[in-house]
Design a protein around this ligand. Structure first.
Ligand code: ARG
Length: 446
């Protein structure tokens, strides 16, 4: 017989069961640790309001800790006839402790359980994403400094435009990650509010102490309104997906640049041979597949908020099983983005640039504005200088002076690498990771 928390004598149709449980048995494994943490906070609170004895609490916490470590070692399983992680944990506690295990569900519902699981999961995973974004940021900053004196053409309309540099190019993607990090922080802060106690979405007649569970779980605050707490399902995932999409957008653009600049027609960048892939027919090929796969994965990730929105946006308030399906899209996204971030950091560190690009006369015209500015500094009005240089270029008489001096903030000669690093540090400080980690450790270790 199926092992259902809600079963009352009628066995559910097998096909209906398969269809409605969906991929929960597999995806809920990612939530197991967090489900146990949520329950540890809940039972601690239940004891404080007299719904469990001190002895029961001690035994429950002991048993829960065992399940937590089981999940941490990757050994937690959801049995075939158990529908989700919440049922599995309750079943394990009931097997170990009898009636005590059956008491833990007082004052809650799987609706707020899965909400709290997803928030704790998200918090943890965003912490890792932020770390990896920082690693990539550091690599980009290093390369930016290393190649700050190497010029390259800047393009508008893919037409040779103005002098740029590899320092600027690498540094641009570093600074882009600062803003992406800010967005991650906003998503993190939204996830960092406690929905526990909202129960099925309308609270409970037990005098739950939600302030207590909020503190125990290290949440910055709670989602106060119980109806809104339930509305956070789907909304949190969509907002977090948008933040992941921000990082993915930066990576996708960088990957496209890298593919373009690696092409023989540009020859700006060189990937180490062991980081390229070959062709089965063309013996000369060294393809930048790594950037192509990264671009595709990151473009796919940018579609995630739209996918989630289509599932959740047109639902009225209150819980619906539709929300379960979001897990299929949301949970794997973290691993996918982490993989791309790891790969990006690995490859950026190894990219070499063409230091002699500008010997090629096809880039001469990019110095036209430098020449115009030189004449302006000597007193020629800008429009006149512009015309003179334009006519010289048309007549094939333009001789570029490649000694350029850009001094303002954020320009070739003044990358402001330190200032950008300070911006990143400021954003990272704003997450408040240390408080979260300390609270979680305290809850788990007791
Ligand atoms: N697997 C469910 C989900 O992810 C858990 C909540 C079930 N609640 C319910 N009322 N059926 O949404």
């Amino acid at each position: 017989m199926a092992n259902k928390l809600w079963e009352k004598g009628v066995e559910v149709n097998k096909e209906i069961d398969r269809f409605t449980v969906g991929r929960d048995r597999e995806l809920d494994l990612f939530l197991a640790k967090y489900d146990v943490m949520g329950s540890m906070a809940h039972v601690t609170m239940l004891e404080s309001i007299g719904l469990l004895s001190a002895d029961e609490l001690a035994k429950l916490l002991d048993e829960m800790r065992k399940i937590y470590y089981l999940a941490e070692r990757g050994e937690f399983r959801i049995e075939d006839d158990v529908e989700d992680v919440h049922s599995q944990v309750e079943l394990m506690l009931t097997r170990a402790l009898g009636d005590m295990g059956k008491k833990i569900h007082s004052g809650r519902s799987r609706n707020d359980q899965v909400l709290v699981d997803l928030k704790l999961f998200t918090r943890d995973r965003l912490m890792h994403i932020a770390e990896k974004v920082k690693t990539l940021f550091d690599e980009l900053q290093k390369q930016s400094e290393r190649y700050k004196a190497v010029l390259m053409p800047g393009y508008t309309h893919l037409q040779v435009a103005m002098p740029s540099s590899f320092g600027l190019w690498f540094g641009a993607y570093a600074e882009s990650l600062v803003d992406d990090m800010l967005f991650l922080q906003a998503a993190y802060k939204m996830a960092n509010r406690n929905p526990l106690g909202s129960a099925a979405g309308y609270g409970s007649s037990f005098p739950l102490n939600r302030t207590m569970t909020t503190q125990l779980l290290g949440f910055r605050s709670m989602n106060y309104n119980v109806v809104y707490a339930q509305m956070g399902r789907g909304k949190t995932e969509r907002n977090v997906a948008s933040a992941l999409g921000g990082v993915a957008g930066t990576l996708a653009k960088m990957a496209f640049d890298a593919c373009l600049f690696n092409s023989q027609n540009f020859s700006f960048l060189k990937l180490p041979a062991e980081c390229t892939t070959g062709s089965s027919i063309m013996p000369h090929k060294k393809n930048p597949d790594v950037f192509e796969v990264m671009r595709a994965k990151c473009n796919k990730l940018q579609g995630l908020p739209a996918q989630i929105m289509l599932i959740m946006n047109n639902l009225p308030s209150g819980y619906f099983r539709d929300l379960q399906v979001i897990k299929e899209l949301f949970i794997p996204a973290f691993d996918e983005l982490e993989d791309c971030l790891d790969m990006a950091a690995y490859i950026v560190e190894r990219i070499e640039v063409n230091e002699h690009l500008l010997n090629d006369s096809r880039y001469d015209a990019m110095f036209s504005v430098e020449e115009v500015n030189r004449r302006v500094l000597k007193g020629t009005p800008f429009r006149d200088a512009y015309k003179q240089v334009g006519l010289e270029i048309e007549a094939g008489q333009f001789v570029p002076n490649k000694e350029i001096r850009h001094t303002h903030e954020g320009s070739i000669g003044n990358l402001c690498t330190k200032e950008v690093a300070a911006l990143m540090d400021e954003v990272i400080d704003g997450f408040g990771f240390a408080d979260t980690i300390a609270a979680e450790q305290k809850l788990i270790k007791g």
